[in-house]
Design a protein around this ligand. Structure first.
Ligand code: SF4
Length: 144
């Protein structure tokens, strides 16, 4: 089964180090991350709006998944990657787009509204991919 991802989550996954909005959110993202890491040919369908990661956003917290600012993150990420909602492609093809079209410092502009940007993990994740490396294993202490 393919994984449904919105535009900016294609980049978020590169910087994922086990953190998230809740334990359940992080656990679900860990599952998605590890599947993409272990099965690079996994098909990803790009969708507009809430996706398979948003599905575990904690109930009771102010949901932002349908906010314009988050849609803006999607639009900027997809434009940079030269992709669009509705496409289905293997994860390896997403990685090739990152290698070709994204620089680590682009995260600062693409993700200007994101609360996670200051951690630097997403920029580091792009840098890893640009070096020709693959998704690294998650840190044991942080993986949920
Ligand atoms: S800075 Fe935020 S939106 Fe950008 S890739 Fe990282 S987590 Fe995703």
């Amino acid at each position: 089964m393919d994984i449904r991802l919105r535009g900016h989550h294609l980049l978020c996954l590169l910087g994922f180090r086990g953190m998230g909005y809740s334990a359940a959110y992080a656990a679900n993202m860990t599952n998605v991350y590890n599947r993409l890491r272990d099965e690079p040919g996994t098909l990803v369908t790009i969708i507009a709006g809430p996706d398979d990661l948003c599905a575990c956003f904690p109930e009771g917290e102010e949901a932002h998944c349908e906010n314009d600012s988050v849609a803006g993150l999607d639009a900027r990420a997809l434009k940079q990657l030269q992709l669009q909602a509705g496409l289905t492609l293997p994860w390896t093809a997403v990685i090739e787009r990152v290698r070709k079209h994204v620089m680590p410092e682009d995260i600062n502009d693409l993700c200007i509204t994101c609360q996670w940007r200051s951690y630097g993990v997403c920029e580091a994740g792009v840098r890893t991919i640009k070096r020709g490396e693959w998704l690294p294993p998650l840190p044991q202490a942080e993986a949920l």
